[in-house]
Design a protein around this ligand. Structure first.
Ligand code: SF4
Length: 421
């Protein structure tokens, strides 16, 4: 979501005559687009601001946008007096106001709904993978999560607006569309005639665009995986065989405390249905270890489900208490030391899953998407349909972005392959 927001901010500033620089000492305007999902991310924002305020030109404007801005509000100005603006994730389209009045302090952390999407300019050049937000906010209120506070209640964008953005992305260079939302599979929009549109409708309509060859979406809430959406994996070949469907914990007791779906059998049934319609589908998850009151037995259940489901490409984090959340004041908070031990154990399991899956791909041929050069400039980085990174030696002829690649080698982190002419 922040990548998308960053692209829209850049497009908006281009209209005001700005160009991008990587050099903070050269910038006239510096914006940190921020994430507040963990305390560490928030701390990093303030330490970066501390460095930037010393390095920047005296007249350069400095501001934060996104979830830390919403979380901090006016306090941000007290902590960093050099800040010129603090704009929440739904008000960064107000940025031009500070350009008109650079001597003021601009604070806007309102939850303005979907207004920003109407006011921001369309991008004129899309990357090969275009991120398209389809909804913002979340109604689920997981007890550890700050998102309902920073991004507000769940709102789905009008179907026609999303399709308009998708067509624009296709016409300006995108080959893959990634639909975004905090609760992306909960997308529901009813038009003025009363017709209901769901995520499966967006996928069907997008798949009709000849330029778009790959479609995916993130992040999914388990119990919002409706049958029509599961069916899409069986009937729409452009929908990638990869799904991020976070479970967070393998313990029903902890899931209940998290206010998450706690019926593990239902979760497993959804995966079974997905595998029935798309046998090669791979599942990824997010995990939180060390949630308040998590016992060794609870954690053992998390390890067990990570092993049983054979998740790939997953994210695991130590529980981090966030302001405005119920879990932050729950009793029996877990020590950092125990969290670290559990995280290491879980990471070992997830790494082993990834290594096994990567090795199972050796010898297979897959259509992969080229994302550009690697750091050396001698190789190309491709993304497989299962979101693995695949390194391929750069050919001495021009290629198109989608190529058939034969996988020749693999380790935990990535694959190696060669282009099949
Ligand atoms: S579903 Fe996701 S975004 Fe919504 S409250 Fe839970 S963790 Fe946060």
């Amino acid at each position: 979501m922040n990548v998308y927001d960053g692209q829209r901010i850049a497009a908006m500033l281009e209209q005001h005559g700005f160009t991008q620089t990587e050099d903070v000492t050269d910038a006239d305007l510096i914006i940190l687009n921020t994430c507040a999902v963990r305390a560490k991310a928030t701390d990093k924002v303030y330490s970066a601001l501390g460095r930037i305020r010393r390095a920047k030109k005296p007249n350069a404007l400095l501001g934060i946008v996104g979830c830390v801005a919403r979380e901090s509000g006016a306090d941000a100005f007290k902590r960093i007096p050099e800040l010129n603006f603090v704009l929440g994730p739904q008000s960064y389209h107000k940025l031009p106001e500070i350009l008109k009045n650079p001597d003021t302090k601009l604070l806007n952390i309102d939850l303005g709904g979907l207004e920003k999407f109407d006011e921001l300019p369309q991008t004129t050049k899309s990357p090969v993978v275009a991120y398209i937000p389809i909804q913002e906010g979340c109604n689920h209120c997981c007890t550890y999560c700050i998102v309902p506070y920073t991004r507000g209640r769940e709102l789905s964008r009008p179907f026609d607006d999303v399709i308009h953005d998708t067509i624009n992305a296709a016409k300006t260079g995108a080959i893959e569309i990634c639909f975004l939302g905090q609760n992306v599979n909960g997308y529901k929009y009813t038009d003025e005639k009363g017709k209901l549109f769901k995520l499966s409708d967006l996928i069907c309509e997008t798949a009709k665009l000849p330029e778009i060859q790959r479609i995916r979406f993130t992040s999914s809430y388990p119990t919002e995986m409706s049958d029509d959406l599961i069916e899409m994996f069986g009937i729409e070949p452009k929908l990638l065989p990869f799904l991020n469907m976070p479970i967070q914990s393998g313990s029903p007791r902890i899931l209940k405390k998290m206010n998450r779906p706690d019926d593990i059998d239902t979760y497993k049934t959804i995966i079974k249905k997905l595998k029935t319609v798309r046998p090669d589908i791979q599942i990824s998850s997010d995990f939180i270890v060390g949630f308040p009151d998590e016992t060794d037995e609870d954690f053992a259940e998390t390890l067990r489900i990570a092993r049983d489901i054979k998740y790939i490409n997953s994210y695991s984090f130590k529980y981090s208490p966030r302001p405005h959340t119920a879990a932050a004041i729950m009793p029996n908070q877990i020590s950092e030391q125990i969290k670290s031990v559990r995280l290491q154990q879980l990471d070992n399991q997830l790494n082993e899953n990834q290594r096994e899956f990567n090795i199972s791909c050796i010898g297979k041929e897959m259509i992969c998407l080229c994302e550009g050069d690697d750091k050396t400039g001698r190789n190309l980085v491709f993304r497989t349909p299962y979101m693995q990174q695949c390194i391929v030696e750069k050919p001495d002829y021009k290629i198109t972005a989608l190529q058939k690649i034969k996988i020749t080698d693999a380790n935990k982190a990535s694959l190696r392959g060669e282009i099949i002419k």
